[in-house]
Design a protein around this ligand. Structure first.
Ligand SMILES: Nc1ncnc2c1ncn2[C@@H]1O[C@H](COP(=O)(O)OP(=O)(O)OP(=O)(O)O)[C@@H](O)[C@H]1O
Length: 706
């Protein structure tokens, strides 16, 4: 084996060293080689697309013909034949969808069939082989032309900066060998834009190029520039729960979605998109990230929100009041109640209580039917025999035992006194100390001296903070309808869930999980969950940490670090304007400055501008005032889609999203003075990719000064 460029740093130097050519000639040779390869690949893709389209046309003709036959001979076809026809049509439908999907992928490949090349020689297998890596794999003429970014060999590209001895894990075992080339290839609209042999400097350049792009209304695919630390998370296949703690903009959400794509690829046949679900903070966020999996050639996954999950677990037994925000709510008593229920100690108390529910809630008594009595001890033993089941499920089983016992041991006249199972169940239910989960919850709160922290409104309406613990008790009382169809769950913005809410999610979704978020972005003082609390809620979860921030320019990251030094963001070298911090005399000036920023944004040709306020109510008020002059979208809990243009939102609603430019309103002591508000300001400034304007009235927030 003759390595092509052992240890070379970049293609220019490497070519120069190895060939007696000038740098220019080396460049031209690489360019010519890659252009020829690109032309060949595009030719093959075009041919495959032609075939796929022709096949699609034939399938559609066949479908139409079969339908026509069905209609024309409706009266004459017997039911068996009609059924056969339906099955055949369903199969044709499936093939049509597949061929449509294949054609769509091929069209995307015409734009950019691949983004990289690695030359690797496996030990003992002769000279190096070139692997081209793309978003989708592609085979033609009996060979692999492009390998999927998730294929085992592609790990070489993500894991190695330098050429040299290397290895990757294949299904058949570890493949050792020599990586002689790692080339980054920029292809846009079918044209080769750049070709550069990788070293860390090139990798950084490519990353900076990717990051410098404008944001979109949809989250982007990052396969061409996944970093080694991110790659390890994406390719982590250990069972159980993986918790990703990452600073703002560290790519957590992107990685989680690429990880789902990776798992779908690796476990094809066993895991499909139907088996993966996402627990997302709100609908706008779900819409924002919805495009990533389809862009990677996978079906979209189902998104749930926590409220939906909690209400389903409660099964309509109570009503749940809307969630309140600790930024807007001035009700100190409510804050106190919420704070209590957001602690890990509260979650622990609920868990301990769940363990004792059977003992607490059921007191066995003698049970008499006619002349026969089953004594309390007999009942108690049977009740306890069904550990792990919900109270009501146990009562069903004990009722069945009662009937069986009486039936099998009664003779003569006593047989008339044997109860039905329903009657036995009714009598056993009379031994419950609590008639439902809500009574149990009251009992639990009273037992801990927390009765004052329970505010139940009319028509059994409980506060949002009580809904999850109550749902856990509902599970202990009546049993849960679990999400058994879900084999992998992604929980995003983990810091939005309190410890007890995490415990509920862990019980409802008993499957592999990727849980991600940033415990530095808790924007609710009613939640004191730490990273350890989150990991504990899911049993023995593995925790990984990401500290590099990819989203914002170094200047914006520097400001974010001043606002919240504890976050410890590491910037990626990418420079832009200094953030502007502007004092305003009054609301009129805040509006005028904001409009100025909107006009500059419009002129820049960038795609998204976020105008953010600490408060939901004031965000709505500002949106109303601004909409007199410019088009703006207000993002609320009810918003369904994330649009290009100007969005106005509270910081809480903007979490997880990003904008090319951000204006933070009222960044002064009125809104940003407490520790919670420090976090809000941190979240707000870290939403910006390229430009940030911070407006304040009166004294600027102390956090802006560091
Ligand atoms: N390796 C990468 N290559 C290119 N872009 C990347 C990479 N990693 C992250 N990004 C970009 O960084 C931005 C932040 O990513 P993402 O939203 O996934 O981060 P996050 O950690 O979930 O952020 P937050 O917690 O602040 O919401 C996105 O624009 C994403 O495309």
């Amino acid at each position: 084996m003759v390595p092509a460029a052992r240890g070379a740093k970049g293609w220019k130097r490497k070519r120069k060293e190895e060939h007696p050519m000038s740098e220019r000639e080396g460049h031209d040779a690489v360019k010519a080689e890659e252009e020829a390869r690109l032309a060949e690949t595009l030719g093959l893709v075009r041919a495959a697309l032609g075939e796929a389209e022709a096949l699609h046309g034939r399938i559609e003709d066949g479908y139409r013909e079969a339908k026509r036959y069905q209609v024309a001979y409706r009266g004459e076809i017997d039911p068996a034949e009609a059924f056969q026809n339906e099955l055949a049509l369903a199969e044709v439908d499936r093939r049509a969808a597949q061929s449509h999907e294949a054609a769509a992928q091929l069209r995307k490949m015409l734009d950019a069939p691949y983004f990289a090349r690695v030359d690797f020689a496996a030990d003992g297998e002769g000279g190096p082989e070139a692997f081209y890596l793309g978003r989708f794999s592609f085979a033609a003429e009996g060979r692999t032309v492009v390998s999927d970014w998730r294929s085992p060999v592609a790990a070489l590209f993500y894991e190695h900066d330098e050429t040299g001895p290397a290895a990757y894990e294949a299904p058949s075992g570890r493949v050792e060998g020599f990586l002689s080339r790692k080339r980054q290839l920029g292809v846009e609209r079918g044209e080769l834009v750049y070709a550069a042999d990788s070293a860390s400097s090139v990798r950084d350049e490519v990353l900076a190029r990717e990051l410098g792009r404008d944001s979109d209304r949809k989250m982007r695919v990052i396969v061409a520039s996944i970093q080694a630390e991110q790659n390890r998370i994406i390719r982590d296949e250990e069972p159980g729960t993986l918790v990703i703690q990452g600073v703002a903009g560290s790519g957590k959400t992107s990685i989680a979605l690429h990880r789902v794509a990776y798992l779908l690829y690796r476990r094809r046949g066993e895991l499909s998109s139907r088996h993966v679900a996402l627990l997302s903070p709100n609908r706008v966020f779900a819409d924002y990230i919805a495009g990533v999996l389809p862009e990677l050639g996978e079906e979209p996954i189902e998104a749930f929100d926590l409220r939906g999950v909690v209400e389903r677990a409660l099964g309509g037994s109570v009503r749940v009041a809307p969630a309140r925000s600790s930024v807007d709510a001035v009700d100190e008593a409510w804050r106190e109640r919420a704070r209590l229920k957001g602690t890990a100690a509260f979650a622990d108390a609920v868990l301990a209580f769940l363990e004792q529910v059977p003992e607490t809630a059921f007191a066995a008594e003698d049970l008499t039917f006619g002349r026969r009595t089953l004594d309390a001890a007999w009942i108690d033993v049977r009740f306890r025999a069904h550990g792990g089941l919900a109270l009501e499920e146990r009562l069903d089983l004990v009722a069945a035992s009662v009937v069986y016992e009486l039936e099998s041991t009664s003779v003569g006249r006593d047989r008339h006194a044997v109860p039905t199972k329903r009657e036995a169940r009714r009598r056993l239910a009379g031994m419950l100390r609590a008639k439902d989960a809500l009574s149990l919850y009251r009992f639990f709160m009273a037992e801990h001296g927390w009765d004052g922290a329970l505010a139940i409104g009319s028509k059994r309406t409980v506060e949002w903070e009580d809904a999850a613990p109550l749902a856990l008790l509902q599970g202990a009382f009546s049993g849960f309808e679990r999400y058994d169809g879900v084999k992998h769950l992604v929980v995003d913005e983990m810091q939005d869930l309190t410890p007890v809410q995490h415990v509920l999610v862990a019980r409802l979704f008993r499957c592999g999980r990727t849980v991600l978020g940033d415990c530095c972005q808790v924007v609710d003082d009613g939640n004191s969950a730490t990273l350890e609390d989150v990991a504990r809620a899911y049993g023995a979860a593995r925790v990984v940490r990401l500290t590099r921030s990819y989203r914002s320019t170094s200047e914006i990251v520097a400001l974010a670090n001043r606002v919240k030094p504890a976050a410890g963001l590491e910037a990626v070298e990418r420079h832009g304007e200094e953030p502007r911090i502007v004092g305003c005399a009054d609301t009129a000036e805040v509006l005028a400055r904001t409009l100025e920023a909107v006009r500059a944004f419009r002129a820049s040709g960038r795609k998204t501008l976020g105008i953010l306020h600490a408060s939901d109510e004031l965000a709505a008020r500002y949106a109303e005032l601004l909409s007199r002059d410019v088009d703006v979208h207000l993002l609320t809990e009810r918003t369904e889609t994330f649009e290009e243009g100007v969005s106005v939102a509270s910081v809480k609603m903007a979490k997880g999203l990003e904008f090319d430019e951000v204006v933070v309103l009222d960044a002064d002591e009125r809104f940003f003075s407490t520790e919670l508000e420090r976090t809000l300001l941190y979240v707000a400034v870290t939403r910006a990719l390229h430009r940030l304007t911070v407006l304040h009235r009166g004294r600027p927030s102390r956090f802006l000064a560091g």
